[in-house]
Design a protein around this ligand. Structure first.
Ligand code: BGC
Length: 757
């Protein structure tokens, strides 16, 4: 379709109209020209296609669909191919249901365990979130269906989500809150991007030109259309100019009229409207020209796939005395309402109307278990009678498995959690059961970390997250060893909420949330502070063990425009098949910029038979070593030594090697009379201008040689003090501390330092 030509035939009214939705879920058609309406739908881990009553909070019924594990779980798989497979399945269902775009993936960074929507987001780590998002987009879009990566950007809380301003410095945005979007856009070109509700440093994302045009399009090369989150549009005309192409859902003609009038009164260039229309129509036709409503959608087959995916996401957090896997012949007490009805998805716009749900009890059919409800899964009311029955059942079994987790009301889109605890009634039950049976296992269904005051009293903990509609089968297969757990945490579990770096500022004051912890989010903070955590980022146990060896680098030394290949051999040293997640972290030995101790820059999941070894390769480039440099306004990989560390978690690093990196960056440095000696000395050209003066020797540089310096003072002057005094001295300071220096001389040096003659 020649979209340019089509737009040229449209009236201004038609074009203004195309810039907002027809209704909750459709783009507008232009019947006169045969332009079809296209449907979009939530997302991200299954379809929430509403044929009848529409809403954005998951209130009204949607069609029956398959609920795959939520992103909190899929991120823990650390398995890109698996997430691509899930994307393909969702893409197929979109084709079957005539959906042009699925609204996801959601990639916002987990700044605090309190974010109500963490269950829908991947990670506290931008690299992992970006790679997972890219894998998902790759899968969906391979079916000629678009994705809408969301919510762009810095939307890490639900509190006041439609008005609050996420205030962060550019380095923090570039290093933490943007890269998941950047990776996905650069690697996979999502067909659409959804801008967030919030403001960023005071400007609504929906009208933020820096965000939507300068960074997203001009720097990263995004080619699709930007849509607003549902109701995120503030000033429509400003938004259009900033790069917001499509307003969703609609403003019932109000904003269309504003666009129309703005063009007519000359405050909006019609070319801007044309451009938005072209971008929207490009996607409309990319879908319609490839629509395949005859694509089969087998709900039963996808139910099985959802279970297979969930199996790879379960994280074995603790397994004392190898209590797990369980023996299929031994008597087990399953306790907790989530064993019967698992909590497998979160609340809000991602809520799916499942055709089928398999809980653990159903999946355990035929096994010798007893079941006790133990607690109410909907609220926080301890029921002594239920606890007593659970304790009795635990006493009579060899192992007690408690299915605990967060009830729906404890975490949801739309509001944040108030604390990081499980309901008290569940903590009470776990205490009571673990006192009655020393072989207690806790299975958790939650979208975000919880405090575990009972961790020392239970032998095993299995984090099942919100594992989708078939999570019950996955959990049973892992508990009994049909599947060897291979999930690893995509987030840190702090000991307590107040350990979290955003604790003091999270939620903000009024409409302002300051991201004061800056780049120190998640493990970047806990490691820098050398803090104990409950479970570190990347942690996950297995029923087998892995050994890492032969870490090799393709070079000892590279320039920042060269790539480095890293290889390592992983061996399964246990007696059963297992999947290892090799995580590569980069640590800068010494840096002039404030940096985290280490950062994830690569990961690979590899399946190994007992005794089997495989060699894994990683490619690192400048970005693997770089941080955002405000002075360069670019990525900067400083010259020096870096350590490549590979292991099973951020705190279980098994092998390491050093590489030397040479920066090719040149700083556009300017000097003035306030520049200090230390900074000047670091720059050879500037130093050349200052050196003659220093070599001429001045009392300032050598106070101990000065006749006027008292003996006592001479003794008190240490080399360090001398050096510090000189280092921190501004050029103009020479006037005060040294004879014979004129202002003209200072000016002359400044001019030469800046390249003048
Ligand atoms: C959510 C989006 C969602 C949209 C449509 C909004 O409230 O933030 O993630 O895609 O509704 O349901």
């Amino acid at each position: 379709m020649d979209v340019k030509k089509l737009v040229a035939q449209m009236t201004l009214e038609e074009k203004a109209g195309l810039c907002s939705g027809l209704d909750f879920w459709h783009t507008k058609p232009v019947e006169r020209l045969g332009v079809p309406a296209c449907m979009v739908s939530d997302g991200p881990h299954g379809l929430r296609k509403q044929d009848e009553q529409a809403d954005h909070l998951g209130i009204n019924e949607s069609i029956k669909a398959v609920c795959f594990p939520a992103a909190c779980a899929t991120a823990a798989s650390f398995d890109k191919a698996l997430i691509t497979r899930m994307g393909e399945a969702i893409g197929d269902s979109c084709q079957h249901e005539r959906l042009s775009v699925v609204l996801g993936p959601a990639v916002n960074i987990k700044r605090s365990p309190l974010c109500g929507r963490n269950f829908e987001y991947f990670s506290e780590d931008p690299y992992l979130a970006g790679k997972m998002a890219a894998a998902f987009i790759h899968g969906v879009q391979s079916r000629n269906v678009g994705t809408s990566i969301k919510h762009f950007a810095a939307n890490s809380q639900e509190h006041r989500r439609m008005s609050s301003s996420s205030d962060a410095d550019e380095r923090t945005l570039r290093e933490i809150y943007f890269p998941a979007f950047e990776t996905a856009v650069k690697e996979e070109q999502p067909w659409t991007v959804m801008c967030s509700y919030n403001r960023i440093n005071g400007v609504f994302a929906s009208e933020n030109k820096w965000l939507l045009t300068d960074v997203l399009r001009d720097e990263w090369g995004f080619e699709g259309y930007v849509m607003s989150d549902w109701g995120a549009t503030a000033d429509r005309v400003k938004g259009l100019i900033a790069g917001l192409d499509l307003e969703m859902p609609s403003s019932h003609g109000v904003n269309d009229k504003r666009i129309f009038e703005a063009v007519q009164n000359g405050s909006l260039d019609e070319a801007v409207v044309d451009q938005a229309c072209e971008r929207i129509l490009n996607i409309v036709y990319r879908y319609t020209e490839n629509a395949r409503p005859d694509t089969p959608w087998d709900l039963e087959e996808q139910h099985r796939l959802a279970g297979k995916i969930a199996e790879q996401c379960v994280v074995l957090l603790k397994n004392e005395e190898n209590l797990l896997p369980l023996d299929k012949k031994e008597k087990v007490a399953f306790i907790g309402g989530f064993a019967e009805k698992p909590r497998f998805q979160g609340g809000g716009s991602s809520h799916i109307n499942c055709a089928k749900i398999t809980g653990a009890l159903e999946a355990a059919e035929g096994l010798p278990y007893v079941y006790e409800k133990g607690f109410s899964a909907t609220d926080d009311q301890a029921d002594e009678a239920l606890i007593a029955r659970a304790v009795q059942a635990a006493k009579e079994a060899r192992v007690a498995v408690i299915f605990a987790g967060l009830p729906d009301s404890f975490e949801s889109e739309g509001y944040d959690r108030r604390h990081m605890r499980l309901p008290e009634c569940q903590n009470q039950l776990i205490e009571a059961v673990s006192a009655a049976n020393e072989n207690t296992v806790v299975v958790l269904h939650n979208g975000s970390p919880v405090e575990m005051p009972w961790i020392g009293r239970v032998k095993a903990v299995l984090e099942a997250y919100l594992g989708g509609e078939n999570v019950g089968s996955a959990v049973i297969r892992v508990l009994y060893g049909d599947v060897n757990p291979s999930g690893h945490l995509a987030e840190t579990f702090p000991v307590k909420l107040s350990d979290n770096p955003s604790y003091l500022y999270y939620g903000g004051e009024g409409n302002r949330t300051e991201y004061r912890e800056g780049i120190f989010v998640g493990y970047r903070y806990y490691d820098k502070k050398e803090m104990p955590v409950l479970f570190p980022f990347g942690h996950g146990l297995s029923y087998t063990s892995f050994e890492y060896s032969d870490l090799c680098l393709s070079a000892d030394s590279i320039r920042d425009d060269e790539e480095l290949t890293v290889t390592v051999t992983v061996k399964n040293t246990g007696s059963r098949f297992g999947r290892a997640v090799a995580q590569l972290y980069v640590r800068d030995v010494e840096s002039s910029q404030l940096k985290p101790v280490r950062e994830l820059k690569g990961f690979e999941k590899v399946g190994l038979m007992p005794g089997e070894s495989k060699k894994i390769a990683f490619t690192l480039d400048k970005r693997s070593f770089a941080c955002w440099n405000e002075e360069l306004h670019d990525w900067y990989a400083e010259s020096g030594e870096y350590v490549i560390e590979i292991g099973e978690s951020s705190r279980d690093l098994r092998v390491c090697a050093k590489v030397n990196l040479q920066s090719t960056a040149s700083f556009p440095r300017r000097y003035d009379e306030n520049s200090i000696i230390m900074d000047i000395a670091a720059d050879e050209r500037a130093m050349a201008a200052l050196r003659p003066l220093m070599e001429a020797g001045s009392a300032l540089f050598h106070p101990e040689e000065n006749d006027q310096t008292s003996d006592a003072a001479k003794e008190a002057i240490t080399d360090e003090m001398n050096l510090a005094m000189m280092n921190y001295m501004p050029l103009r300071g020479l006037l005060s501390f040294s004879d014979g220096i004129t202002w003209e001389l200072i000016e002359d040096i400044v001019r030469k330092m800046n390249g003048g003659k």
